[in-house]
Write a protein that binds this ligand. Structure first.
Ligand SMILES: Cc1cc2nc3c(=O)[nH]c(=O)nc-3n(C[C@H](O)[C@H](O)[C@H](O)COP(=O)(O)OP(=O)(O)OC[C@H]3O[C@@H](n4cnc5c(N)ncnc54)[C@H](O)[C@@H]3O)c2cc1C
Length: 416
């Protein structure tokens, strides 16, 4: 079933009884050419592009829970391609270009909203760093504008420009950045992959990886053994646990990241604004709620819930940027598990184990990467060669010392 304005009208006239489920609920087959572990954004996008771009459809996506239950349905929906380093920049710009055509491509309303992402700066040194980043972006053909204090003030007059500790001097703006309705991305990719013959199997937990003479031959699951040609891991926060089933130890730690939503307010923040003197970012949803978050909780955990100390930290940073937030009530908060890599950058690569492929290390910025990650992982699986924008995301870079440390924090995952 194709979605269109006409189909909405016709279904409405018929009492909305003819809508079909967006994807099937198939029983697992005994064997697939490719099994993808993890029905999050990255796993589903990989399946979609495998089928659509490379004609590989004997594929299953195994999801232990339900589609959208992981980080793809828990993030704060921000997309951007404002990266400094050459290994990152072309990849995230590919993702941005895929976002720009995504809704037409998979025929699903994902509410892609390029409302702009503004990073504030608070000191001369930070302005210089942002100037460098903006120039690097422009050299790669990515849009970037450095705004002074007056320009930011005309956009966002309610910010605390004269805060004694963190006065706002200006900001780096990417107008093509913005937000996308996160769970619609999962649904759109799931529907698009299913329509092309991919089996999306929910409630199917991978509990073991079976190997024969070293090679991966299939997975043990809560619904029995399923054989495969290639096994592709896209388990985000659970990446280390799943890889360990094949005896692989990853350069990844799992940490919690929390998100918060306020009561509905009249529209007052057009785009995404990030605080440059701490970790805080905020946008306003179409329903009027402020959607915001801050730093990760900073300790290793597989629990999808966070701690009060970080709630306090996020509230402090938010109030330092927008004093009026002190009057706003928070409606709900939740946590997701981040696969924090040692240099803050992802891995899309083959592993040292035959037939085992890895997509992981997305830290707290993997939502924006979803289209390019799926596209590049599908390319690797289909062609046995990295896609040209993802050549730097190799697993062995940690051994070779070629880190992609966008934040310049060193090998400490909780700081990226
Ligand atoms: C609070 C929060 C805010 C964020 N904000 C942003 C943001 O604004 N912008 C941005 O770019 N990124 C953001 N992120 C990061 C982003 O959401 C993640 O990097 C990205 O979603 C991870 O990829 P995924 O969608 O495939 O993950 P997931 O949706 O987590 O998919 C992984 C799936 O694997 C499944 N799985 C795990 N183990 C198994 C198993 N053994 N068997 C079967 N299935 C298994 C899980 O159930 C899960 O559904 C945020 C994350 C959080 C939690």
């Amino acid at each position: 079933m194709r979605y269109s304005a006409l189909s909405i009208l016709m279904n409405g006239l018929r009492g909305n009884k003819a809508w079909k489920p967006a994807w099937r609920d198939p029983a697992p087959k005994p064997h697939y050419d490719i099994i993808i572990v993890g029905g999050g954004g990255h796993g589903l996008a990989t399946a979609y592009y495998l089928a659509k771009e490379f004609g590989i459809t004997n594929v299953a996506v195994l999801e232990k829970n339900y589609i959208g239950s992981g980080n793809v349905g828990r993030n704060t929906t921000i997309i951007r391609s404002n990266y400094l380093l050459p290994g990152n920049n072309p990849f995230y710009e590919l993702s941005m270009k895929l976002w720009e055509g995504l809704e037409q491509d998979f025929n699903f309303n994902a509410m892609v909203s390029q409302r702009g992402v503004l990073n504030l700066y608070h000191s001369d040194a930070q302005r210089d760093a942002y100037t460098r980043r903006g120039n690097a972006m422009r050299l790669h053909g990515v849009d970037a504008e450095l705004l002074d204090r007056a320009a930011v003030k005309s956009m966002l007059p309610f910010l605390d420009f004269d805060n004694a500790r963190f006065p706002i001097q200006g900001g780096l703006l990417q107008r093509r950045g913005g937000t996308v309705r996160h769970d619609a991305v999962a649904w759109g990719y799931a529907r698009g992959a299913d329509q092309r013959g991919v089996d999306i199997i929910q409630g199917c937990e991978v509990t073991g990886i079976r190997r024969d003479k070293g090679k991966v031959v299939g997975v043990e699951t809560s619904r029995g053994f399923i054989g495969c040609g290639k096994l592709a891991l896209a388990a985000a926060g659970n990446s280390s646990q799943v890889a360990a089933m094949a005896g692989l130890r990853l350069p990844i730690e799992s940490h919690v990241l929390q998100a918060f939503v306020s009561e509905g307010l009249k529209p007052f923040i057009d785009g995404v604004v990030t605080f440059g003197a701490g970790h805080f970012y905020v946008s306003q949803s179409d329903k009027g709620g402020l959607v915001f978050g801050g730093d990760i909780d900073g300790y290793n955990s597989y629990a999808q819930r966070g701690n009060l100390a970080t709630v306090e930290h996020v509230a402090e940073a938010g109030k330092a940027m927008i004093p009026a937030l002190s009057r706003v009530r928070v409606l709900r908060s939740w946590g997701g598990i981040m696969d924090m890599s040692m240099d803050g950058s992802p891995i899309i690569d083959r592993t040292s184990i035959d037939n085992l492929y890895l997509n992981a290390g997305w830290c707290y910025g993997g939502f924006k990467a979803t289209p390019a990650s799926g596209f590049c992982f599908a390319h690797l699986l289909a062609r046995e060669a990295p896609q040209e924008t993802a050549t730097a995301f190799r697993l062995d870079r940690f051994q070779r010392g070629y880190l992609i440390d966008e934040k310049g924090q060193g090998a400490q995952p909780n700081l990226h």
